[in-house]
Design a protein. Structure first.
Length: 270
């Protein structure tokens, strides 16, 4: 594993690898968001508040999402300990970004749906950010199919993993999912989805199902019925997204339409 960019590239550079890729993912996501707003001819200044709400909410909940890990509250870290030393949660970050968007829209008085603007940005940002996890964290559980990274004894001890056997490249699975999702969103759905805001719902529902499945290759601690904490969170939230997708499907909202002009797309957001 490569905790710094110096370790990754074989040079003297003490810059954290994980934070670098997360930051790069955020920057690319913001750039894609701007490109999409211009393509749809959406120029409302209040979108700046919405994006700020998403970034602030995502950053806070990514840090504090894993705060309540144990039913015994005394076993959980303090707020300060979690913020400085605790693990980060992608699912917590997504929830925080969603909450931040809705709070900022309410405060700014901005009512149009913004999911179509965020969907491709979130997908590409996640794909890039997950490289930080790929290069620094435990890859996954032992892979019976015989492929994947193999850790030496020192790295396995540091990451609490298994040495000398191929491990599931679980973060590579995620990178592939988000990259494919971005292509589908960018090339097809952002042009032809008829229901405003629904591209983000479809993407998050698909990711929730995928993430629930890929967690079985992560090797995380099982806390109930063989499921880890992320899976329990997904078990409570993904059915809500899927119910919305089914409802919209029955209404015919997901019938792909011919490509729209930018003016028509901008009108769909108003």
């Amino acid at each position: 594993m490569f905790p710094t960019l110096g370790d990754l590239f074989g040079i003297l550079l003490a810059v954290p690898t994980h934070d670098t890729f997360v930051g790069l993912g955020v920057m690319v996501a913001v750039a894609v968001f701007i490109v999409e707003t211009r393509r749809r001819d959406v120029a409302d200044y209040r979108l700046l508040y919405v994006v700020t709400g998403a970034l602030v909410g995502g950053a806070i909940f990514m840090r504090l999402g894993p705060l309540l890990q144990h039913l015994d509250l005394g076993a959980n870290p303090s707020l300060a300990q979690q913020w400085v030393y605790g693990n980060r949660s992608v699912l917590g970050g997504l929830f925080g970004a969603w909450l931040g968007v809705h709070v900022s829209k309410r405060l700014a008085g901005y009512s149009p749906r913004t999911g179509d603007l965020f969907a491709p940005a979130v997908a590409i940002g996640m794909a890039i950010g997950r490289f930080g996890c790929l290069f620094t964290e435990l890859p996954g559980s032992p892979n019976p199919l015989g492929f994947g990274p193999i850790l030496d004894d020192a790295t396995a001890a540091r990451l609490s993993g298994v040495s000398g056997t191929p491990l599931h490249p679980s973060y590579a699975y995620e990178i592939a999912f988000h990259a494919i999702a971005f292509v589908v969103l960018w090339r097809v759905l952002r042009h032809r989805m008829q229901a405003p805001g629904e591209t983000l719902v479809v993407y998050l529902a698909a990711y929730g199902v995928f993430r629930f499945c890929v967690e079985f290759t992560r090797g995380e601690e099982a806390v109930w019925a063989g499921l880890d904490r992320s899976q329990l969170f997904l078990l409570a939230t993904v059915p809500i997204l899927l119910a919305r997708v089914v409802w919209q499907w029955r209404r015919g909202a997901y019938v792909l339409a011919p490509r729209h002009t930018p003016a028509q797309l901008a009108g769909s957001l108003r």
